[in-house]
Design a protein around this ligand. Structure first.
Ligand SMILES: Cc1ncc(C[n+]2csc(CCOP(=O)(O)OP(=O)(O)O)c2C)c(N)n1
Ligand SMILES: [Mg+2]
Length: 297
């Protein structure tokens, strides 16, 4: 059975309360990320702000987990391959109640459970040690296959970045997932059009990305990754389609670096953003003003 993403895009619009709950979660994730960035005076804050809506959709809507028992056998697995996005992931883990909010201020400090790059041995809820790009999806494929062999209903979600699509191992894993008909696997790709050496389309052009994933046999949707309603609809489509036909699914998420904070959205795009001491409060104020504006819209 084959289904194109167009035929399958049938889910009705997510309910208003569900969308509002996610907007609120994304706002708090962004706020936590700014606070963590300020502790270090720097960090991958632009990425965390850009990916906050994706992380909110995962943790506040999709993932089945027990905050008090991060190793619960029946949990869904969220794998962060992009270790440098850990700041955003910690913010989401705090929002999920897995990491105490007060602990976020230890981010990147000696003896902290929250190192600058995600480490599974340090942090509750961090399933893998990412950072060396291109490994997340390979691990996710093995995990999804293993869970299925065990008769588990758990899902695996792997978060990748557009720069990570440069890695050949990602595409080997994509082939493997299709071969093994892993309907319990979803990839989310943060397409923020940026990577370490500059704009993605100047470093190594990955477009047309949608057609690539489709040709690898994945149930593929491309959405505005800063629109929580669109993200929820994409997940709803996956629930109604891809598991049933045993196809792995991918949500390609176009996002904006620094999203939610105009000062950072309009700054020259940089993989590692410098934010001056006096700017952090401005960032928080802009974030809150923007959120309160959209929340009452
Ligand atoms: C295998 C590997 N090669 C190179 C790096 C160095 N590196 C760290 S982040 C990064 C950029 C990856 O692209 P992306 O995540 O899209 O960047 P961002 O959007 O965060 O700017 C690179 C090349 C790495 N971590 N792993
Ligand atoms: Mg990128």
């Amino acid at each position: 059975m084959t289904l194109s993403s167009v035929e399958a895009a049938t889910a009705s619009a997510p309910a208003r309360e569900r969308v509002d709950r996610l907007r609120a979660a994304a706002y708090r994730i962004r706020h936590h990320a700014l606070n963590m960035g300020e502790v270090q005076g720097q960090g991958y804050v632009g990425q965390a702000l850009g990916a906050a809506d994706m992380l909110a959709a995962v943790y506040a809507d999709q993932l089945n987990y027990r905050a008090e028992d991060p190793h619960w056998a029946d949990r869904d697995r969220f794998l962060l391959s992009t270790g440098h996005y850990a700041i955003g992931h910690y913010a989401a883990l705090a929002e999920a109640g897995i990491v105490p909010v007060a602990e976020l201020e230890t981010y990147g400090s000696d003896d902290s459970r929250l190192p600058m790059s995600g480490m599974s041995t340090y942090t509750p809820g961090m399933e893998i040690s990412g950072g060396s790009l291109g490994h997340g999806l390979t691990i996710a494929v093995g995990m999804a296959l293993g869970l299925r062999l065990q008769g588990s209903a758990s899902r695996v979600i792997n978060f990748l970045s557009d720069g990570e699509l440069d890695e050949g191992s990602t595409w080997e894993a994509a082939m493997g997932a299709h071969h093994h008909q892993l309907g319990n696997l979803t990839a989310m790709v943060d397409i923020n059009a940026l990577q370490a050496d500059g704009a993605t389309n100047t470093v190594l052009r990955t477009e047309p990305v949608t057609e690539k994933w489709e040709s690898f046999g994945w149930y593929t949707q491309r959405v505005d990754g800063n629109d929580v309603g669109a993200l929820l609809a994409a997940f709803d489509n996956i629930a109604s389609v891809s598991g049933a036909v045993g196809r792995p699914s991918v949500i390609l998420c176009d996002t904006k670096v620094g999203r939610g904070v105009p000062l950072l959205e309009t700054r020259e795009k940089a993989h590692f953003m410098r934010i001056e001491e006096n700017e952090w409060q401005i960032c928080r104020d802009q974030l809150t003003a923007g959120y309160e504006g959209t929340a009452s819209a």
